[in-house]
Write a new protein. Sequence first.
Lengths: 227, 411
Amino acid sequence: MSLISLTDICRSYDMGSETVHALRGVSLGIERGEYVAIMGPSGSGKSTLMNVLGCLDTPSSGIYELNNHNVGEMDDDELADIRNREIGFVFQTFNLLARSTALRNVELPLVYAGMDVDERREIALGALRHVGLADRVTHRPNEMSGGQRQRVAIARALVNNPSILLADEPTGNLDSRTGTEILELFDALHAKGNTIIVVTHEENVARHARRIIRIRDGLVESDAPSE
Amino acid sequence: MKLRTEFVEGLRISSEAIRGNLLRSVLTTLGIVIGIVTVTLMATAIQALDSSFREAISFLGTDVLHVDQREWFIDSDRKWEATQKRSKITLAQVRAVERGLGNVQGIAPTVMHGIDAVRYKDRSSSMVILTGTNEQYVITGGITLSAGRFMTKAEAYANRDVCIIGSDIAENVFLNELPLGKNLRIGTQSLEVIGIIEKRGSVLGQINLDSQVIIPIGKMTAGFRYDPSCTIQVKVGDTARLDAVREELRGLLRKVRRVPPGQPDDFAINQQEALLERFRQVSAVIATSGFFITGLSLFVGGIGIMNIMFVSVAERTAEIGLRKALGARRRTILLQFLIEAASVSLLGGFIALLIARGLVEFAKRFLSTLTLSPGIVLLALGVALVTGIVSGFLPAWRAARLTPVEALRNE
């Protein structure tokens, strides 16, 4: 059984009078430990696919099984729990809480998991150390560089030991040197056995992945190992 | 366990949010502040009035029945006319009641009469209340003496030339002299002072109980009021038996005054409860109008909080999306914003209590019984809390219902 199994996933939105079909029947499987890039021009449906994969959105039709859970049949709160346990998000704009310290930001998923204070502090510190920010624990986002912020976000994504690390244009807001550092961090995480899915439109980002899935007009255009 | 974590987290987030927008938060609470100040001052004023009123009428005694020609409160002109035709309560009827009524602590006929002046040497005291009664009045009137003694039964029935004086008369007429054993001149009579009543204060600032002279009732009817109507005071001694004694007394009076069966009573049995009932009606009117004002300003304040919470939700839509992406459930988000609304409102409550405290301290100069009691503080904070939760509900609900995709897109 694959970690992720999509079968004939469709997702359409009602935009007033017309219906937009963002996904028109996507089927794919991703195994544990894979490093996958999802590529496609804007409007191709890759963001919708990422939202579905991340359980932020549910498909209009089709079956999505994540780690043996049938995601399509879940209600809002069950989806929240699945996101909390199974998925670690890394966003293009980092999405850190501006008023909170790095530690507090990393602790957040553990708070929603209902972990008590001492335990979650311990784990969050470990995650920050893991991404090389042991000396930035009490800094707030505006006291850190872009690369450091994205590292905090990665620490936050990993802190719950999720099944998938789901990154949406993780280097989009970083200069190329910092972007490379982040991608090297992804490589290292992959080497340790993490499953990583990166959504990007940059070829050099996608090249780090072992497999590239190209989306066009709501369909899988190609699905091949990266060269 | 999970709920506690969420609650603590909600408190943390709301304190960060309020501190981040302190000025805005404080301004938002203005309506709440006005509302809570009003509710606090209202409640404090009513409480102070209530306690001073109770204190004022305590001289009537909670377990004392007052038999009068008329009711203390007459609601219509027709009733009042009817009471005018009633015959006086005579001393002979008092004697009959004394003989017929058993198992009470005391029965005293009283006749009150305002006189212009009492004199000692060349000094006089004006506006004196002269009370003619018997030796039981010390029980029925709840009188405590600061010096000397009350009249004896023998003195009361033999109409001896004795009097018991209030503390104002002792001070004003006798100055530094000891009044006991001295003779006080009242009209043409001269009576020996045998006792001084402890200071009692005035009733609602009207009747000065300390400017009182008590004399045997026979002296009263002989020298000041010929053929008066008496008030009979009956001290029951036990409030539980008040109604039973009242019925017994009523039957006895009907027999003594020869009221034919089927006819209404031609007398009234009054008690302190009637006064309290009146007062409660008055304070209910004050409370109703006050709480209307309070309700209005709390409503306005609540709308203000609702408004600012909508702004807060709109500003933090992306944050809500992030929290949802990281695993926050609907309930978590709802709770977070409810706590924030309640905190803003409670902040207003605390500011209001500080203001109210200042105002109460200031007003104490004029009405010393005013105090900001713990009950009122709790009431004020409770009202603030409820207002915050109620007005925060709609924005919080909207935040909780946001879908993560829509919320995250909002940056």
